[in-house]
Design a protein around this ligand. Structure first.
Ligand code: MOS
Length: 746
C-alpha cells in the first residue's frame, strides 16, 4: 500500500467543481433522449387500462393506417424474447423478469400491450391512442393495508427477545407505515435502439450499462459482442435506472422490425407505472429497555408489497441488527402481492424505510424513558457488530451524534411538547441516526498518459449526476499532478473496461483501486522510459530514482519544477502514449466482509416550525453529520447529502403515490399531483463530514455517500413534528389533516 503523498492531498479531499459542469449548463451534454440518428423512428407504447385480467381483443387496423405509422407491434408479431437465467448481478439482473407481450395476462395497470412505431413522436402518440384493447377484467388489489406477519421469515436473531420484552420495565410496541414512493428524476427513462443487421447499439438511461448488456443479450438471445450499451449522461435515477425495464426490449423489437433506429421515451405517467417504485412498507417495532435506557430487546417485523409476477424485497431490517448494542433481537420479513408494477431499488433501499421504523421507535422509547434521545443512542453504542461479532472497520456514530448536537444547539432543547417558541412559531426538534453499507464492486480501468501532455481515463461505469466524471479525473490527477482540465474522462459504454453499477453508493470505493493502479502503471512506463531515451537528462537513471509529479518527471531528490514534462519524454521515446490498466474485485460476496463490518453512519437533527393557527408546518433547519470515510470531493459530497436531506423532507411530508382502488391506476402520476419539496419547502442545510479514512476498505479510505443522507431523516422530522404538535404520526407522509386539532403548541 503506497503512502498518501502531497500531490494526492492537493486534489483528493479538495472541493472540485464538476468537470462535466460546463457541458451540462451549456446544453452540450447529450442525454439519451437527445440522441438523433439518420432515419430515426419513434415508438410509443400502448398501456393497459386495467390492473388485472386478460386481453381479449386488440384492434389496431385504424392506427396502422394513420399518417406516418410504420407498424404496430403486439404479441402476435413482436418476435422472440428469452427469459434471463439466474437473475444475478454477475450476469444480468432485472426486477421485472417477464418480457413484454409474453402472454395475454394483465398484472398491473399500465402494463404494455402494444407498441406503435411512426415517423414522429406525435404520429406515434396519436396512433397509440387509436389502438383499442378489449379485456376480460379480473379483481385486483392495490391496497396499502398489508395485513399480519404470519408468513414472515427470520433474517437475524439472537437471545430471547420475547422473554426480555415481557419482563422489561419500559417498552414500546408501535407500527410504522411508509407509502409507495416513485422515482422522479427529471430525465425520463429512454432507449434509442439501433439494429445494424448484426448487432444492437442501445443508448440508454442506465445506471448500469454492463448489467443492461448482460440482461439484453440474454433476453435477445445474442452473444455479448452483439449488444453495446451506452449511457453518457444521466439526469439522475435514484435507483429507478439501475436495471433494465421492458421498454428497452420494445425498442429492440421496433428496430429489429423496421430495420431503422428507434427512439422510445416513456412519459411521466409511465414513470409511475412501468419502471419501479419504492413499495409500501409496514413495520412493527417492539423495543424494551431497563430504566436506565439500556436496550434489552429489539424486534423488527416488516412487510412490503411486491408485484404479482416478481418478488422484490425492501430490506428494511438491514441496519437494525447492529446499529445498537442489544442482547436480544429478531428481524423478520414477508412479502404481500399486489397488482402493481415491480417495485425496485430507490435511494437507500431497505435502510431508508427501515431506519424510519427503527429510529422512530428509538425516539418514542426515549420519551417513555424520559431520557434524551441522543443520550439513549449513546448509551447503546456497541463495541463490535453484535450481529456477526466482527469488528467495525471504522465507526464514528457517537461522534456524529455529539457533533450534530453541538452544531444544532440540542442542549437548549426542552422536551415538553409545544414548549419551544421562536418569533411566534412553535418549534419542534428531532433526531435520527443512520447507517448504510460500504459496498464495492469489481472494476477495471485504463489510463493513458499522452505525449501531448494530456491524459485519458476510461472506465465503463456511469455518472448519475453526482460527480463520477470528476472523481475519476481527481484520481488520475492525484497520481500525475495534472490539472483536471487536461484529463479526459470516458465512461458509460460497454466497449470500455468493465465498471461498477452506479448503485449502492459504491462507485467511488469500487473505482479507487482500479484507477490508481492504472495511473501508476502508466506513470511507471514513463519513468522507465525517462532513463532510457537518448538526450534525456535522466540518462541511465533507474525508475526508482525518479519521481513523477506536477506532470513532470524529476529526480526524487529534486523539486518537480526542475523536471521534464512527461510529454517530452514520450515524444523522445516516439510514443503516442503510456497506457496502464487496473482492476479490482468486489461484489456482495466481498471476502473483506467476513473480516469487518463495513458501514457508513450519520446523524440528522431537524427543526420544524409549526403555526397551529393556520396549520402550517415547515422543516426549517437540518444539521447532518456524516461518517463515510474520506470524502474525495467535499463539494460534490455536500451536494449529495443536501439533496438527500431535501428528499427526506419529501419522504416525511409529501411523497406518496396513490392508487385508485377502482381501476388500480396510480392517480397522482404527474409532477403537479405527486408532491416533492420545492425550494420554499427546503430547510436551511448544514452538512458536516467527519472524514475519518476507512483504510481497511481502500487505500484512500472512501466508503460512499449517495444513499446514507436519506436514511434517518424522516424519523428526525416526525419526532420534531411530535415535539411541536403532540401528534405522533406513524404513517408517512405527515398530512396536515393529521395535525388539525392538535391541542398542543397553540
Ligand atoms: Mo441506488 S437505489 O443503489 O441507485
Amino acid at each position: 500500500m503506497s503512502t498518501v503523498t502531497d500531490t494526492l492531498l492537493s486534489v483528493i479531499g479538495q472541493p472540485q467543481a464538476r468537470v462535466d459542469g460546463p457541458l451540462k449548463v451549456s446544453g452540450a451534454a447529450t442525454y439519451t433522449s437527445d440522441v438523433d440518428l439518420p432515419d430515426l423512428l419513434h415508438a410509443v407504447p400502448v398501456c393497459s387500462t386495467i390492473a388485472s385480467g386478460r386481453i381479449t381483443s386488440l384492434e389496431f387496423a385504424a392506427a396502422q393506417s394513420m399518417p406516418g405509422v410504420h407498424a404496430v407491434l403486439h404479441r402476435g408479431n413482436i418476435g422472440r424474447f428469452y427469459r434471463i437465467s439466474g437473475n444475478s448481478m454477475d450476469t444480468g439482473f432485472v426486477d421485472e423478469a417477464r418480457p413484454p407481450f409474453d402472454d395475454d395476462v394483465i398484472r398491473y395497470y399500465g402494463q404494455y400491450v402494444a407498441l406503435v412505431i411512426a415517423d414522429t413522436f406525435e404520429s406515434a402518440s396519436a396512433a397509440a391512442a387509436a389502438v383499442k384493447v378489449g379485456y376480460d377484467v379480473a379483481p385486483h388489489d392495490v391496497s396499502d393495508e398489508l395485513g399480519g406477519y404470519e408468513n414472515a421469515h427470520v433474517e437475524s436473531e439472537r437471545g430471547d427477545p420475547a422473554r426480555a420484552f415481557d419482563s422489561a420495565p419500559v417498552k414500546l410496541d408501535a407500527t410504522y407505515v411508509t407509502p409507495v414512493e416513485t422515482h422522479n428524476p427529471i430525465e425520463l427513462h429512454a432507449t434509442v435502439a439501433q439494429w445494424d443487421g448484426e448487432g444492437y447499439t442501445f443508448y440508454e438511461t442506465s445506471q448500469a450499462v454492463s448489467n443492461h448488456q448482460g440482461t439484453l443479450m440474454q433476453m435477445l438471445g445474442l452473444p455479448k459482442e452483439k449488444v453495446r450499451v451506452i449511457s453518457r449522461f444521466l439526469g439522475s435515477g435514484f435507483g429507478g435506472k439501475l436495471w433494465m425495464w421492458p421498454h428497452s426490449l420494445l425498442a429492440a423489437a421496433a428496430t429489429r422490425h423496421t430495420g431503422r433506429p428507434v427512439k422510445l421515451v416513456i412519459n411521466r405517467k409511465m414513470m409511475f407505472q412501468n419502471v419501479g417504485h419504492r413499495p409500501v412498507t409496514q413495520q412493527r417495532m417492539r423495543l424494551s429497555a431497563d430504566r436506565d435506557g439500556k436496550l434489552t430487546s429489539i424486534r423488527h417485523e416488516y412487510l412490503n408489497h411486491t408485484a404479482i409476477a416478481d418478488d422484490y424485497q425492501e430490506t428494511c431490517g438491514e441496519i437494525t441488527p447492529f446499529l445498537y448494542s442489544v442482547p436480544n433481537l429478531r428481524v423478520s420479513s414477508g412479502l404481500v402481492k399486489r397488482h402493481v408494477g415491480s417495485p425496485t431499488a430507490m435511494r437507500g433501499p431497505g435502510a431508508v424505510p427501515g431506519l424510519y421504523g427503527l429510529e422512530s421507535a428509538m425516539n418514542e422509547l426515549a420519551r417513555e424513558l424520559k431520557i434524551d434521545p441522543v443520550e439513549l443512542r449513546l448509551k447503546n453504542e456497541p463495541r463490535v457488530d453484535e450481529s456477526t461479532g466482527l469488528p467495525f472497520s471504522s465507526r464514528h456514530l457517537a461522534e456524529c451524534l455529539r457533533t450534530g448536537a453541538e452544531k444544532f444547539g440540542w442542549g437548549q432543547r426542552t422536551p415538553e411538547v409545544g414548549s419551544m417558541k421562536r418569533d411566534g412559531l412553535t418549534l419542534g426538534w428531532g433526531v435520527g441516526a443512520c447507517g448504510w453499507p460500504g459496498v464495492r464492486f469489481s472494476a477495471q480501468a485504463s489510463v493513458d498518459l499522452r505525449a501531448d501532455g494530456t491524459a485519458r481515463v476510461v472506465c465503463g461505469t456511469q455518472d448519475i449526476g453526482t460527480g463520477t466524471y470528476t472523481i475519476l479525473a481527481q484520481l488520475v490527477a492525484s497520481q500525475t499532478g495534472l490539472p483536471l482540465d487536461s484529463i479526459d474522462v470516458e465512461l458509460g459504454d460497454t466497449m470500455q473496461p468493465l465498471g461498477p453499477i452506479s448503485g449502492g453508493s459504491a462507485v467511488t470505493a469500487s473505482v479507487i483501486p482500479a484507477v490508481l493502479q492504472a495511473a501508476r502503471a502508466a506513470v511507471d512506463i514513463v519513468l522507465a522510459r525517462a532513463g532510457a531515451v537518448a538526450d534525456s537528462p535522466f540518462k541511465g537513471a533507474k525508475p526508482e530514482e525518479l519521481a513523477f509529479s506536477a506532470g513532470r518527471v524529476h529526480r526524487k531528490d529534486a523539486a518537480a519544477e526542475t523536471g521534464v514534462p512527461y510529454g517530452a519524454i514520450l515524444e523522445a521515446a516516439k510514443m503516442y502514449s503510456a497506457s496502464g490498466n487496473g482492476s479490482a474485485q468486489g461484489g456482495f460476496d466481498d471476502p473483506l466482509k467476513k473480516e469487518y463490518s463495513i458501514y457508513s453512519y450519520g446523524a440528522h437533527f431537524a427543526e420544524v416550525t409549526w403555526q397551529p393557527e393556520i396549520a402550517r408546518l415547515q422543516v426549517s433547519r437540518v444539521v447532518s453529520v456524516i461518517d463515510a470515510g474520506r470524502i474525495l470531493n467535499p463539494f460534490a459530497g455536500r451536494n449529495q447529502i443536501e439533496g438527500a436531506v431535501v428528499m427526506g423532507v419529501g419522504m416525511a411530508l409529501f411523497e406518496h403515490t396513490m392508487y385508485d382502488s377502482r381501476n388500480g391506476a396510480p392517480i397522482n402520476s404527474n409532477l403537479a399531483d405527486y408532491i416533492i419539496p420545492s425550494h420554499a419547502d427546503s430547510p436551511k442545510l448544514d452538512v458536516t463530514f467527519l472524514d475519518y479514512p476507512d483504510t481497511v476498505f481502500n487505500e484512500l479510505g472512501a466508503r460512499g455517500i449517495a444513499e446514507i443522507g436519506l436514511a434517518g431523516i424522516a424519523s428526525a422530522i416526525t419526532d420534531a413534528v411530535h415535539h411541536a404538535t403532540g401528534v405522533r404520526v406513524r404513517k408517512l407522509p405527515v398530512m396536515i389533516e393529521d395535525l388539525l386539532g392538535a391541542e398542543q403548541g397553540a
